[in-house]
Design a binder for this molecule. Structure first.
Ligand SMILES: Cc1ncc(C[n+]2csc(CCOP(=O)(O)OP(=O)(O)O)c2C)c(N)n1
Ligand SMILES: [Mg+2]
Length: 275
């Protein structure tokens, strides 16, 4: 796909956020905070960074994207629909029993995605294994992973961090959604994750910290990752959970809750795209 400039990415992110709200209110359940906070990163990935072709989803040279924190599925689904992977009408079926769009992404129902996810802490191991195999194959594509911050409380995630560092997987770029919330509160109160930078550096990773709502920073961080010759890169993206909806911003209570009809109406008003 042709990369979109930052101004158009802003518009795409606004559309993603609106679709998230519309999907969630119809479904009557699901995750609001994480998906809204990640809309900018999804827009940057699928409309600028990734080398992919929605008309040829299994193209061999496509970049591979692994969504590790599957509960942010509404943002992923809205992005895939807007990119043209499936009709927008699918979004109305979120979480229905017969829908391809389950509460967490399921590869058996959506063949264009690389993996199913939902159980936290598994995606980086999948992405790192793929990156290792891709290097053996001398493949030209790159491997991307999106993880949440609370996934860093899972032991097996750190095995993948160790494996990727040891094997100098410079074809692997992982994002952390550093929104400081998890299901029941603040990450630093429940199980402190800091200092994240030092931890990754000690596992031999290249670490970049950015504002996860700034398109120039997101794109330029991936540019530096591409230039890295012997380390995997982690991009610690600081985001605001619930971004764009004032009543949800920064509140862990919106981790796994859908808006009511009146809340959704208000949210959609706030999310109208302004140039
Ligand atoms: C292995 C595992 N344990 C527990 C859960 C239940 N669970 C879903 S999301 C979540 C934590 C949410 O924190 P984070 O991943 O940072 O997501 P955010 O709230 O920022 O969207 C938990 C414990 C799960 N999906 N997988
Ligand atoms: Mg979080």
């Amino acid at each position: 796909m042709k990369p979109l400039p930052a101004e158009e990415l802003k518009e795409k992110a606004a559309e993603i956020r609106q679709e998230i709200i519309k999907m969630l209110v119809l479904a009557g359940s699901g995750h609001s905070a994480g998906p809204l906070g990640l809309a900018d990163i999804f827009a940057a990935l699928f409309f600028n960074i990734l080398n992919h072709d929605p008309e040829n989803p299994h193209w061999e040279d496509r970049d591979r994207f692994f969504l590790s924190c599957g509960h942010v599925a509404p943002a992923y689904y809205a992005t895939l629909a807007l990119a043209g992977y499936f009709p927008m009408s699918y979004l109305k079926t979120l979480r229905r029993l017969d829908s391809p769009l389950q509460g967490h992404p399921e590869r058996m129902k959506l063949s264009m995605i690389e993996s199913s996810s939902g159980p936290l802490g598994l995606g980086l191991a999948q992405a790192a294994g793929y990156a290792y195999a891709a290097r053996m194959d001398e493949a030209r594509f790159r491997i991307f992973c999106l993880t949440s911050d609370a996934e860093h409380q899972e032991g097996n995630h750190w095995e993948a961090v160790m494996f990727a560092g040891k094997n100098k997987l410079n074809n692997l770029t992982s994002f952390i959604d550093r929104n400081n919330i998890q299901i029941s509160g603040d990450t630093e109160e429940i199980m402190p994750l800091e200092p994240l930078r030092d931890k990754y550096e000690s596992f031999r990773w290249n670490v970049i910290e950015i504002n996860g709502h700034d398109f120039d920073q997101i794109i330029s961080a991936v540019g530096s990752a591409r230039r890295e010759s012997d380390k995997p890169t982690v991009i610690i993206a600081k985001t605001v959970p619930g971004r764009g909806v004032s009543s949800m911003e920064g509140k862990y209570e919106w981790h796994g809750k859908a808006p009511s009809e009146s809340e959704a109406k208000q949210a959609l008003k706030e999310l109208k795209y302004k140039k």
